[in-house]
Ligand binder design. Structure first.
Ligand code: ATP
Ligand code: MG
Length: 447
């Protein structure tokens, strides 16, 4: 599919960006077909068109289909205002303040319908607002298809497909950038990053996911403007982090975020610990495992991911407190408190994830204590599986020496009788080592 597509676009010349007249790619000259588009998106398009509005599929829907992938959702752009579009869909809701968008629900699918945007300098009555640093606080100025294309982030995200005559409209050279595998900002990159610093993260996300290169002039301002991420609400950054790290391309994303100096503005504590080889190995291993789980359709949770990313600083702080005489568990609780609240200033961590994150950490201690009925009880713990995976991760990164992980692997695979044997042999080992050293005997008794 990709081959055919490339053959058909080979002869195109790049157009200067943002000209009013688009390059029009007729139905015979591209590989996108109505059959690839979800029923819900087609229904939304048809209803808008029947009411004499324009309707185009735009963004990831067009981009991913042209690249031979399957999009995760379809977005529709129209000249109908959110209020006009709402009339056409029962139960549709207008969401967002900064950008007002209509969520049209068709069956179980939600299609985002956005009204063509205009340039914010044409704003009236506070429909657009900008901060002193150039950040767009509000952008609800409506325009036409050409102005809408200019307001989108990257050329590959500004291709418009219409089911009226099955053409693709390209105002910004997106087709050629898809062919050359380039993430290129529309307009002046610095200005566009200042308007919305999240675009810096989006550039990385698309480069990692599609295995594209970021065009040099699009990449150039990233390192200097990275601190602007501090102006983004932590809740929005949390959502972006999940898209960056929980979409199956976390490892590559992490390398790019580092390469462009963005990582320290998302996870400053983790970035500080990266000079420690084991801490860096743990981060990489966690991201690699997350990618593998996603590609194997296994469940992943932000609690585990955050547990791994915040562990190096938490564990370093815990060790320091232990050296000052604080017992391990209270030391961990204090360290956890400190690292989580420091992180909250950057990306939010909703309670439903921060609680299990701390449990995963606490269980690292409990996993060591397996005598009597303890191992049997731990196995029943709702967080056991995550804590066990986390233990394996720590061993794989070299933070702790291997052994305990294997014991738990054996214990899980064993039947009841073998499990009893495993626990008994543990008690025997402990007793032997206690006889050898009176100090460890005290410790054994206390445990
Ligand atoms: P995916 O859905 O696969 O993550 P997408 O490109 O569809 O990728 P969305 O976040 O769904 O991304 O946004 C839809 C479209 O809206 C984008 O393709 C882009 O054209 C536009 N867009 C989204 N966020 C921004 C932004 N911050 N600045 C400018 N345009 C944006
Ligand atoms: Mg999308």
């Amino acid at each position: 599919m990709l081959k055919t597509f490339i053959r058909t676009i080979k002869h195109w010349r790049r157009k200067p960006q943002n000209t009013a007249a688009p390059v029009i790619i007729s139905r015979n000259d591209h590989t996108l077909s109505r059959r690839d588009i979800s029923r819900a998106a087609l229904t939304v398009m048809r209803r808008l068109q029947d009411a004499n509005f324009q309707a185009y599929i735009v963004g990831g829907g067009v981009r991913d289909l042209l690249l031979g992938g399957y999009p995760k959702d379809f977005d529709v752009a129209t000249d109908a205002t959110p209020e006009q579009a709402r009339q056409l869909f029962r139960g549709a809701r207008i969401v967002g303040r900064r950008f007002r968008i209509l969520h049209a629900r068709i069956g179980r699918e939600v299609i985002e319908v956005t009204t063509f945007r205009g340039h914010h300098s044409n704003a009236e009555d506070g429909e657009a607002r900008q901060s002193d640093q150039g950040m767009l606080l509000r952008d609800n100025v409506y325009g036409d298809l050409a102005s809408d294309a200019a307001r989108r982030d990257f050329t590959i995200n500004a291709l418009y497909y219409t089911t009226r005559d099955f053409e693709i409209h390209d105002y910004t050279g997106g087709m050629q950038d898809i062919q050359q595998r380039l993430v290129r900002m529309i307009g002046d990159p610095s200005t566009r990053y200042k308007e919305d610093p999240v675009r810096m993260l989006r550039a990385i996300r698309f480069a990692a996911k599609l295995n594209f290169t970021i065009a040099p002039e699009t990449a150039a301002p990233l390192a200097e403007l990275a601190p602007l991420l501090r102006n983004i609400a932590p809740a929005r950054l949390f959502d972006e982090v999940l898209k960056l790290l929980m979409s199956g391309y976390a490892e590559r994303t992490f390398e790019l975020l580092n390469q462009y100096h963005l990582w320290p503005h998302l996870f400053p504590g983790n970035a500080r610990e990266a000079s420690n080889a084991q801490a860096l190995a743990l981060t990489r291993q966690a991201l690699c495992n997350t990618d593998q789980r996603i590609h194997a359709n296994k469940r992943v949770t932000p609690a585990f991911l955050y547990a791994a990313l915040l562990w190096p600083e938490t564990s370093a702080e815990q060790q320091q407190l232990i050296q000052q005489g604080v017992p391990p568990l209270p030391a961990l609780a204090q360290a956890a408190q400190k690292s989580s609240s420091a992180q909250l200033a950057y990306t939010a961590i909703p309670k439903r994830f921060s609680m299990p994150m701390r449990e995963i950490w606490e269980m690292q201690h409990r996993l060591q204590r397996r005598t009597g009925t303890r191992a049997f009880r731990l196995l029943e713990h709702p967080r056991f599986r995550a804590a066990y995976d986390f233990l394996l991760l720590r061993e794989a990164s070299g933070e702790i020496s291997p052994g305990l992980g294997q014991w738990w692997t054996d214990f899980q695979q064993a039947d009841e009788e073998q499990r009893l044997k495993l626990v008994r042999s543990l008690a025997r080992d402990n007793a032997n080592s206690a006889r050898r050293s009176p100090r460890s005997r005290r410790r054994y008794k206390a445990g």
